[in-house]
Design a protein around this ligand. Structure first.
Ligand code: APR
Length: 225
């Protein structure tokens, strides 16, 4: 089977009802992205950060994978599929995708301050005073601005083995994640309703679900013709 590597951003979950980061004037659920996604905010206002991510976790419990997530899972019948996502939701997994790398962490996990201990918390809250086994305050297992991206090297290895790279719903503005597309010579497809033109990239200008229907028809059609 050919290796289809899929790199997703917030846009793939937009039709599930989770808002993107940069589609509403730099605000994420009414907060500036910097305010709720920077390590400095954790040091200065843990209560706000915990509350914000507790809300995101509750919201995640109430939404469902959309057609784009489901088609990606179905593509495993035809390709070896590896998904690298910038999203902290679990909608790819809930749709049935078997290989999902989270570059920016996962909402349903918590960790200690040093990120050496990671625990599953599903949709539960993290409260001020909840301690990890080393005595530090538990925090969301999220990669905030100003932090290392530990899964990046693994993601590069995966991208380097791609036969096709499919990018869905990301503004490609946040590094190092955005640089992943430079690590392959394979054909690159980009599904986005408002894409930035990019040299050497085949653009499918559409929302994720519609774009995925088209991608599926074309690519699976090629395999069976
Ligand atoms: N289907 C597909 N794409 C969509 C849809 C949709 N229905 N709606 C919006 N988009 C596109 C937008 O046009 C935009 O290009 O999704 C992209 C979302 O971009 P961002 O909000 O910047 O999200 P993303 O690229 O995932 O952000 C990267 O930034 O704040 C950090 O860590 C956070 O992982 C996040 C990273």
């Amino acid at each position: 089977m050919k290796h289809l590597v899929v790199f997703t951003g917030a846009g793939v979950s937009a039709e599930s009802g989770i808002s993107t980061f940069r589609d509403s004037d730099g605000l994420w659920e009414n907060y500036s992205v910097q305010q709720v996604a920077h390590i400095d905010s954790w040091h200065t206002n843990k209560a706000l950060m915990l509350d914000f991510y507790n809300q995101r976790r509750k919201q995640l419990q109430q939404v469902e994978p959309n057609e784009a997530h489901l088609i990606l899972a179905e593509l495993e019948q035809h390709f070896k599929v590896s998904i690298i996502t910038q999203n902290v939701d679990n909608l790819h997994e809930r749709a049935g995708s078997s290989t999902v790398i989270h570059l920016h962490g996962e909402l349903t996990k918590a960790c200690n301050e040093r990120k050496t201990e990671v625990i599953d918390i599903a949709y539960g809250d993290i409260n001020l005073g909840d301690k990890a086994s080393d005595g530090s305050q538990l925090r969301p297992f999220i990669v905030w601005f100003g932090e290392q991206v530990p899964m990046f090297d693994k993601a590069i290895d995966i991208v380097q083995t791609a036969d096709i790279l499919l990018v869905i719903g990301t503004s490609l503005q946040v590094y190092p994640a955005a640089s992943l597309i430079n690590y392959t010579d394979a054909p690159i497809y980009l599904i986005d309703p408002k894409p930035e033109p990019r040299k050497g990239v085949t653009i499918i200008q559409a929302k994720a679900s519609e774009g995925m229907r088209q991608f599926f028809r074309e690519q699976v059609g090629k395999l069976t013709s």
